[in-house]
Design a protein around this ligand. Sequence first.
Ligand code: CA
Length: 387
Amino acid sequence: MFLLISLCMCGLLLRGDAQDQAVMWRGNDRSGQCQYTFTVPSPIEASCSQTTGPEVDSLKARVNMLEVTVDRLTTAYPGGTHAAGGPPTAGDRGSSWQYRPPGFQELKATVTEVPAPGSDGSTGCGDLISVGEPVTHRKADNIEGKYGVWMQDPEPVSPYGSNMIWRIDTIGSDVRKLFGYKDMEQLSKGFPSKVLLLPEQVESTGATVYRGSLYYQRRRSRTLIRYDLASETIAARRDLPHAGFHGQFPYSWGGYTDVDLAVDEQGLWAIYSTSKAKGAIVISKLDSHSLEVKKSWETNIRKSSVANSFMICGRMYTVASYTAPDTLINYMYDTATSQGKALRIPFKNLYRYNSMIDYNKAQRKLFAWDNYHMVSYDLRLGHQHAI
Ligand code: CA
């Protein structure tokens, strides 16, 4: 503040000095602080005495010093004089170096975090607020596991419990092996308790498990299969109408990821595209028993422009990049309102080749397969309120 007043004074002083007519005094005020006083004669007082001398020279030196200090401060805080906090004062408002970005608008929101489901009987639904750091559980043993899918049934059915983990390595010409692990520890050690040979080949990393069934896309087809884990037989099969397959509408990384199946609080979904949608993502709600399409939504985001997607509480979220170590969840489509919007939620690809990302509502986590590694991410869901 004192600097500012001094600067204003000096501006006047220098103008006066240019006319060679300024008169300066300096002394202490009542509080003991240094006080400078000056007088600039008006034209009609041109006959007044003129004063120059050591006081002016001293003040000019002080001005130079203050200018250097101000320069240093504005360089250190390019966002403005209040970057370090504190409201502006009356003196600040008058200064020329108060900074306001053009069109600046302050937006504020509060977030009420939604508790995990189960404790109070609620669904635990909410908006995705943030994604945690990836946690690595297991690295695949060989090239077959560069890409893959791993899953945990959010609503398990006997004989398999809620800790059971399922895994498919998806590189190879005959992808049919489904590995089951008793729990996370056994997955981490690489000791399966069950190995099933699926009757039909798996196309890619879009499989999911739900209520005792494995759901997947049959290789080189738009056929969806429901494989019953208890009886180890196919319980349903049905074409997903008009769905592109085998590289027609994959995610940006390719990998024949044309049909991505997902499970959330509302049930089973398919994320894919069709010729009619011209590559834009189509979301279909499926009957989890018969695989029939119950309802579809056409978004306006291209499937090939995003790395992957997942469903949470009836909303589809897309991940921008499968390789960038620091990327974003960049878009959300809400099937309840049929509206989409851009987002900027940070997301990390720790191993820089993420080939599968899915939501698990029971764990409230994302499961992902990143360049041989099975990883998971904690999530925060909440409700945002503008204030
Ligand atoms: Ca997915």
